[in-house]
Design a protein around this ligand. Structure first.
Ligand code: ADP
Ligand code: ASP
Ligand code: MG
Length: 436
């Protein structure tokens, strides 16, 4: 069984939704994961923020604006009055739920309920559309099988145990539609897999049901060799290894959710990145194998904070790094990059929720310096220890840019630079011009 995920633009208009059947083959048994219609999650985030700020008037205005868009959407999606009426019922249900939250005490729990409505709307409307055109399908509620634990880690066994029986209940049906992004947390509340999380849903379902392939259908012909939003003339990469794709996703290639490669990698499920607007394009195939002796791609991750801890007395003493890392561990803050010298260590983090506490504790081990507004530039390629010349090419390309940190050798396929965010665009362009 295959898992196909369609992103926001791929379901972004009634015409696009209808065109999905050019790609989905209803004769094949498959799980189809849908994102929210593009723009919807951003609007829902704003609605949640208005509620959280106690601004019910603004929330009501934003709800009306979004609802109006859906009123137009359903008019174009459905041809028959009976199904248009069903479509209207769907939007009335979800938008009443949003409006009625004005009567509740609004906390982060309600906020998660708000942002979940996007995927619930897109999948329910698509399911009704399939009914209208006579294509049998089953709508599977992701909230019944997608779960994260206390550490926000997905529970793959829970997916297997709860999704497989749902699929088995319908041996006669080929098409199973479900929501990306949304899940339940350890307390049974509605939660989500973070922005862009529908990719993660697809990969987790792939892992949970041991699917033969996961296809991520989006608005571009695969993973490009640099960020196409910033650099002109980027090219798609035909083949990537799981490790390479994971590095690129983690370090900012927006086409894939940062965590989405890991479940597929663990269960050795090939992932294809494909273009809804150009379904015949090869896209990118992600498997265990990789093309050798090449620099593949460059990605950038913003909003990074660098922390330097210096202590002439302690760095070389054994146990110093352990103490430093334990501070981050206590605050569940993960470190992305590390560089060391005789008298100090620099690390980067992207989650600054506990930066104040972390700094306070680190101060007991040495002097602490913080640099905000940094960007990690990650160059991915085949850089095994037996290779030479790649680092020289990278550094030559950025010789005019101040570098805060350089990390090489952590794996066989990553060379990372930390630069000021204001230098990001020039760094990406200069690397692109000289490396490809
Ligand atoms: P979807 O809504 O389908 O999930 P996303 O917007 O999340 O789509 O991801 C696709 C977008 O990712 C592309 O339109 C592109 O602008 C952006 N992107 C950033 N870096 C890359 C890259 N290296 N390769 C391809 N696309 C990238
Ligand atoms: N709709 C969610 C978002 O916009 C999830 C996704 O599109 O993958 O972040
Ligand atoms: Mg996405």
């Amino acid at each position: 069984m295959k898992v196909l995920k369609f992103g926001g633009t791929s379901v972004g208009s009634p015409a696009r939704m209808k065109a999905l059947l050019d790609i989905i083959n209803p004769a094949e048994r498959q799980v189809v994961v849908l994102s929210a219609v593009s723009g919807t999650t951003n609007s829902l985030v704003e609605i949640g923020q208005a509620y959280l700020a106690g601004d019910k008037k603004k929330a009501a205005q934003l709800i009306t604006i979004l609802k109006d868009k859906y009123e137009i959407f359903v008019k174009e999606l459905f041809a028959k009055p009976e199904f248009l009426a069903q479509g209207k019922e769907v939007i009335d249900y979800h938008f009443s739920l949003l409006s009625n939250l004005a009567n509740d005490h609004f906390t982060n729990i309600e906020d998660k309920i708000v942002v979940a409505q996007g995927e619930l709307l897109s999948t329910t409307l698509y399911h009704v559309y399939l009914k209208e055109i006579g294509v049998p399908s089953v709508l599977l509620p992701a909230l019944d099988f997608m779960k994260i634990d206390e550490d926000n880690e997905p529970v793959v066994d829970h997916i297997t145990e709860n999704l497989q029986p749902l699929l088995d209940q319908h041996p006669e049906v080929n098409l199973f539609i479900t929501q990306g992004y949304i899940c339940r947390n350890a307390y049974g509340e509605i939660d989500n897999l973070r922005r862009g999380g529908s990719d993660y849903t697809a990969s987790l379902i792939g892992a949970g049901i041991h699917s033969e392939e996961v296809q991520i259908w989006t608005d571009i012909d695969g993973m490009h060799n640099n960020d196409p939003r910033i650099v002109k003339g980027t090219q798609p990469i035909a083949q990537l290894s799981f490790d390479e794709a994971a590095e690129l996703a983690y370090f900012g290639a927006k086409i894939l959710h940062p965590q989405s490669v890991f479940p597929a990698q663990k269960y050795k499920i090939p992932v294809r990145l494909l273009n809804t607007m150009d379904p015949k394009a090869h896209g990118t195939l992600i498997t265990n194998t990789s093309e050798k002796d090449k620099i593949k791609s460059i990605a950038a991750k913003d909003a990074i904070t660098a922390i330097k801890i210096q202590s002439s007395r302690m760095l070389l003493a054994h146990g110093f790094l352990r103490k430093v890392f334990e501070v981050f561990e206590r605050y569940k803050t993960s470190i992305d990059m590390i560089t060391t010298s005789e008298v100090g260590v620099s690390v980067t983090i992207d989650d600054t929720t506990y930066l104040g506490d972390i700094t306070k504790e680190l101060n007991t081990y040495g002097s602490v310096e913080i640099d905000v507004n940094q960007t990690i530039i990650c160059v991915v390629g085949d850089f095994g220890a037996d290779k030479h010349g790649y680092a020289a090419r990278v550094l030559e390309a950025v010789k005019h840019i101040p570098l805060r940190m350089i990390s090489y050798g952590g794996s066989d396929h990553n060379l990372s630079l930390l630069v000021k965010t204001e230098d990001k665009v020039e760094t990406l362009r200069s690397l692109h011009n000289r490396l490809f």
